[in-house]
Design a protein around this ligand. Structure first.
Ligand SMILES: [Zn+2]
Length: 314
């Protein structure tokens, strides 16, 4: 049976590596990771709110003494479910790509709290927002930005572990980063991979995201910690690639045939992909692809996109 929304598990990957996997990986239920050796600990992502982040930090501290003090944090990208908990590790060195650091202030916890308060008056879109985000506590969070940024690549040493931060964005967001631990043959991908859930492309271009999946596969990892959903391996990376290729091609056909982004999102048959969680994200993916295709008509606004997702979610 699929885990419930509030279930989370710290999985020991061996060699000082851990994965924190939340629920079924649906909206806001992100994964995080820990790379530890000796006294040193690198936390990969914080969570969407402070109670969830605190529970995770407690579980990690129980699992390994190194995690009692987090020295370094890397945020894989700017979405709040990967960085709103930074406040609880604010004495650590917090690293992100330059593009992610710049994007982090785009959607603040205050904005999320205000939006949820107003959701009641927002019809179907509001109902959808409440269902997706209503279980998180956005009020009272102090957005805590990275203390350090990099571009393209940054190599760290955590105890004896060599750790590579590799920027593969823009793709899911503007500055996505994956974390490779070669000696453990492990990769933490952030939201470059959603497993058993539907990838959501806020930014693109889609080609960059497809390349990122192939880059992950080429590193021949034995274990992959995705941004959402259960642990996977190379097959998971190639599955996301195949989804993106399929959606890109289906959207392109409809763009060329003169359909609007909305019409295309409603028309594309997802086949086996409809079994993935949150398949309504096709709406965002098509809107982003249409922008990439050079759609001259004005793109739908956020409210319109959430209305469309609510419609597709029925
Ligand atoms: Zn996420």
């Amino acid at each position: 049976m699929a885990p419930g929304r509030d279930e989370a598990e710290l999985e020991d990957l061996g060699g000082g590596l851990y994965a924190y996997v939340q629920g079924d990986g649906s909206w806001g239920l992100s994964n995080a990771g820990l790379v530890s050796d000796g006294e040193e600990a690198l936390l990969i992502d914080t969570l969407y709110d402070l109670p969830r982040t605190q529970r995770m930090l407690d579980a990690m501290a129980r699992a390994t003494p190194a995690a009692r003090h987090i020295d370094t944090v890397v945020n894989t990208h700017a979405n709040g479910d990967h960085c709103y908990g930074n406040e609880l590790v604010s004495d650590a060195r917090i690293i992100a790509s330059t593009a992610s650091a710049e994007e982090m202030s785009a959607i603040t916890p205050d904005l999320m709290a205000t939006m949820l308060k107003g959701a009641e008056d927002m019809g179907d879109a509001g109902q959808f927002l409440r269902k997706a985000f209503g279980s998180f506590e956005f009020e009272g969070i102090t957005l805590t930005p990275p203390t350090e940024t990099f571009d393209a690549r940054l190599d760290l040493t955590i105890g004896d572990h060599a750790v590579e931060l590799i920027e593969v964005g823009p793709a899911h967001t503007r500055g996505d980063v994956i974390i490779h631990v070669p000696a453990s043959r492990a990769i933490f991908t952030g939201d470059i991979l959603f497993i058993e859930g539907t990838p959501i492309m806020w930014e693109g271009p889609v080609g960059n995201w497809i390349d990122a999946c192939e880059k992950i596969a080429a590193l021949e990892p034995e274990v992959i910690v995705p941004g959402h959903g259960p642990l996977t391996d190379v097959r998971g990376a190639l599955g996301v690639r195949d989804y993106l290729v399929y959606v890109r091609d289906e959207a392109r056909k409809r763009f060329d045939a003169g359909l609007s982004a909305r019409e295309a999102a409603l028309d594309i048959r997802l086949g086996d992909y409809s079994a993935w969680l949150d398949s309504e994200r096709i709406a965002v993916n098509v809107v982003t692809l249409y922008r990439e295709f050079g759609d001259p008509s004005p793109p739908p606004g956020p409210l319109e996109i959430f209305e469309l997702m609510a419609l597709l979610d029925r």
